[in-house]
Design a protein around this ligand. Sequence first.
Ligand SMILES: *Cc1c(COP(=O)(O)O)cnc(C)c1O
Length: 398
Amino acid sequence: MTNAVMGNYGRIDLAFDHGEGNWLVTADGTRYLDCAAGIAVNTLGHGHPHLVAALKAQADKLWHVSNLYQIPEQKRLAERLCALSGLDQAFFCNSGAEATEGAVKMARRAMHHRGETSRHTILCSEGAFHGRTIAMLAATDRPAFREGFGPMPEGFDHFPFGNMNALRDRLVADAETGQPEIAAVMIESVQGEGGAKPLPERFLAELRSLTEEFGCLLIADEVQIGVGRSGHLFSYEASEIKPDIVAMAKGLAGGFPIGAVLTTDEVGKAMTPGSHGSTFGGNPLAMAAANAVLDVLLEDDFMPDLRARAKVLADGVDAIAEDCGMFCRRGNGFLQGLVFQAEYTAGDVVAALREHHVLTVPASENTVRLLPPLTLTRDEISHLLAVLKKTMTAMKKA
Ligand SMILES: *Cc1c(COP(=O)(O)O)cnc(C)c1O
C-alpha cells in the first residue's frame, strides 16, 4: 500500500515521543537538542509549565465559539499586541500564509477605501518567502514552488534584495504614470527561508520613509523573525520604525496554530463587518496559548537575557567559523544562518548534526538555520557549540 500521508514533504525517518524543555525525546529515550523548534514555532520549548497550564485550564472551560460572539481572551491578546507593537487593531487567523495574505487583502482594501483604486500591486523582495497559498506563491520568490500551480494571481512583483536604489526607481516610475499601482511593500527584516539573511543596516528605516513619500503601505512579515526571535518582540523595533501592517504566526502561541495581522486604524477601518474572516481565527484555545507565551516573554528580564544568550551563541558560532573556514554566520538573535561554502552541502551538515543529536533546519543559499526555542540556556548553547565544532572538524575537507 502506498503511504496514506501525502508525499509533499521530504521527511526524515525520525519520530519523537515527547519533549522536555529544549529537548525532544524518542520512544527509546534518545534525546535531541531542539535547535529547530518546529521551524521557529516552539518559542518556549516543549512542555513549558505555564503554557501547558494555560492551555489545560482553557480546554476545561471552552474551546471554540466562532467570531459571531465576543471572545474576551481575544480582546486581551489584541490589546496586548497593539500596546506592544504600537499598532491599533488585530485580526486573528491560523497560520502564516493566512496572516500574510490577510495583510495583502487589508493593504488593498485600505487603498480602495482611500479612493486610490489603481493601487493593488504588492512589491516583495527577491528571495522572499511569504507562504504557500496561491496568492502567497505569487508573493514568494521561488519559481520552483509555483511549478504546476499556475496561473498565478496578478498584483505581485519583486525588487532586488536590499537594493534601495532599485526600489526607489520602481516607485518613481510608478508615480510618474499618474495612475500608481503599488499598494504596499511587504518585507521580512531577516529572510528566514531565504537563509537567515538580514536586510542591510538602515534599510528598514529608509524603506519606511520611502513608502511614506510615495503614499504606499509597509507590511512587515514578522511570521518567522517576530515574537522575540530577533531579540525584540517585533524585529522592526531595532530600526525604530512602525509598519502599517504586521503579519505574525509561527511562534506566537508556542506551537498552537495561530496567525495574526496587526494594523493601524487607517487600515483597520477599511475592514468593515463581513469584509474578511476566518472560522477558527482567534478561538479561545489559541488565544490562551498566545497570552501565556506573552506572559513569559514580558517577564522583566526575559528579553534582555535572551539578547545576552543570543550574543553568546553568535560569538561562539563566529569563533568556530573563523577556526574551520567552512561557513560564515549571518542572522539575528535566535534566527542564525551558517552559510556554507560550495564544497559542503547544508543538507549534509544538518544530517551530521542530527547524528550528534542536534536538530537544525536547512534553508536557501546553502544555509543551515539555527532556530532554537527562546528558552535555550547557556549550558545548551555550550553543548550546541561543542557539537558544531566536533562536526565541522569531522567534515572538513583537506
Ligand atoms: C513560515 C512563513 C510563512 C508562512 O507560514 P505558514 O504558517 O507556513 O503558512 C510566511 N512568512 C514567513 C516569513 C515565514 O517564515
